[in-house]
Design a protein around this ligand. Structure first.
Ligand SMILES: Cc1cc2nc3c(=O)[nH]c(=O)nc-3n(C[C@H](O)[C@H](O)[C@H](O)COP(=O)(O)OP(=O)(O)OC[C@H]3O[C@@H](n4cnc5c(N)ncnc54)[C@H](O)[C@@H]3O)c2cc1C
Length: 393
């Protein structure tokens, strides 16, 4: 049996950052990073953006950190390997190749996977779920062969992918069951403007339409909507949300209905076992409540903190303002704060027409979130400070 001081499961940005967090405070402890994907951790966020559009994207450029980093920091890596069993009591993990690793401390960083809608034809050829570099490579290839593509969903991933495919000159339709894009995050005024923005850029918007199924013998031919429409499409990208990858710890206290419950220090109720990134369901001491974030910066920061805490030399709370960004067409938007509840009042500074604005979202008198469109990194940082100050009052 292999014995390790630290075992990190999942080689996304969370897992990579946990390794980094450990090495900042413990230069010697033995660390193994196990990840199902073959590539070392890479910038997943780029897959729906320039990676799709660039003529010859370079895989090496995507790595974060560079794969040499693991070697120079004496981190053993097992890429292309699943952890298939996780025995909490014995502190033993079994890998897909049959090897077992006995660990002292572990970090669960298995991230999330696309939700598959419960309709006919979800497994047809040319129906794509965009999560990994393999998915993105397949999408690039199919986009070079097909002319008509349907994007199903109206969230961040759906919008980014639809925009990129449109920029690649494909005939793109987007089907979303709500009346405006990003309805889970933004107010109706901004959402309606954004929906029109997509239409003006040539995306056929099928708003208020729900998916009924995919038709075709082996590959996709048509998409059926619940209202009875049949839309021809040779390619579909399904972006209907992501669910935490909790199979490994299913039926244990480490798998809750909303993710893996952790403390302020990102530790689960099992001492020495941490959970981070898209998996972690953590108490938000700044905005209040308990939440799971599925965004890049939070996975990165949580990895660094969990890694540091695992060494026992630090005890750091995760206390960040929720934050993420998105890019679609020529727009970059930053989201600072809690967008999970619709605002009762929106204070808009700037204009949609100029594509440059800041929208402050209030619940009653309380500022809860700030949406920034085409603003500088400095303004984004200042929004975080403003929100922190407003919440401290
Ligand atoms: C296309 C796309 C675009 C995005 N764009 C943005 C953006 O613009 N801004 C933003 O803030 N966020 C964005 N995100 C979200 C962001 O990328 C994620 O929140 C982040 O990658 C989460 O990191 P993670 O390490 O928690 O999980 P993941 O990145 O999901 O990594 C988890 C890894 O664990 C592996 N794994 C799972 N189970 C096992 C197992 N049993 N054994 C071994 N390995 C396992 C998985 O294969 C995966 O490689 C985007 C996501 C996608 C898919």
């Amino acid at each position: 049996m292999i014995k390790r001081d630290y075992l990190i499961i999942g080689s996304g940005i969370g897992g990579a950052s946990a390794c980094e967090g450990i090495r900042r405070h413990d230069k010697r402890g033995s660390v193994t990073l196990v990840g199902a994907e073959e590539l070392p951790p890479y910038k997943r966020w780029i897959l729906s953006k320039s990676f799709l559009r660039e003529r010859n994207p370079r895989l090496k450029k995507l790595q974060q950190p560079d794969e040499l980093w693991y070697h120079s920091h004496k981190i053993e890596t097992r890429f292309g390997t699943m952890v298939t069993q996780f025995n909490i009591e014995r502190r033993v993990a079994v890998l897909g190749n049959g090897e077992s690793i006995e660990f002292n401390k572990a970090c669960l960083a298995m991230g999330s996977r696309p939700v598959r809608p419960p309709v006919a034809g979800v497994g047809l050829g040319n129906v794509i779920y965009l999560r990994t570099i393999r998915d993105a490579l397949a999408l690039r290839e199919m986009a070079s062969l097909e002319k008509m593509v349907m994007v199903v969903g109206g969230g961040l991933l759906a919008c980014e992918t639809a925009a990129s495919l449109r920029q690649m000159k494909l005939k793109v339709s987007l089907m979303h069951r709500n009346s405006y894009l990003l309805n889970r995050y933004i107010d109706i005024g901004t959402g309606t403007w954004l929906t029109d923005y997509f239409a003006k850029h040539g995306v056929t918007m099928l708003m208020g339409e729900s998916l009924n199924g995919f038709e075709g013998k082996t590959v996709l031919r048509n998409i059926q909507t619940k209202s009875g429409n049949r839309v021809p499409a040779g390619l579909a990208v399904v972006a209907c949300g992501a669910e935490p990858n909790l199979d490994l710890v299913r039926n244990t206290p480490l798998a809750g209905p909303h993710g893996s419950p952790v403390t302020d220090y990102l530790e689960t109720e099992e001492k020495g076992i941490y959970a981070i990134g898209d998996l972690a369901f953590y108490p938000d001491r700044i905005m209040g409540g308990v939440r799971r974030q599925t965004h890049w910066d939070s996975a990165r920061e949580q990895g660094l903190i969990a890694g540091a805490n695992m060494t026992g030399k630090k005890r750091i709370r995760y206390e960040e303002i929720p934050y993420f960004w998105t890019e679609m067409f020529d727009l970059t938007m930053h989201f600072v704060g809690d967008f999970s509840v619709q605002p009762t009042r929106v204070d808009l500074r700037g204009t949609y027409a100029k594509k440059k604005f800041v929208a402050r979202y209030y619940q009653g008198e309380k500022l809860r979130a700030i949406l920034l469109c085409q603003q500088t990194p400095r303004e984004v940082e200042s929004a975080k400070t403003q929100l922190r100050n407003a919440l401290a009052k």
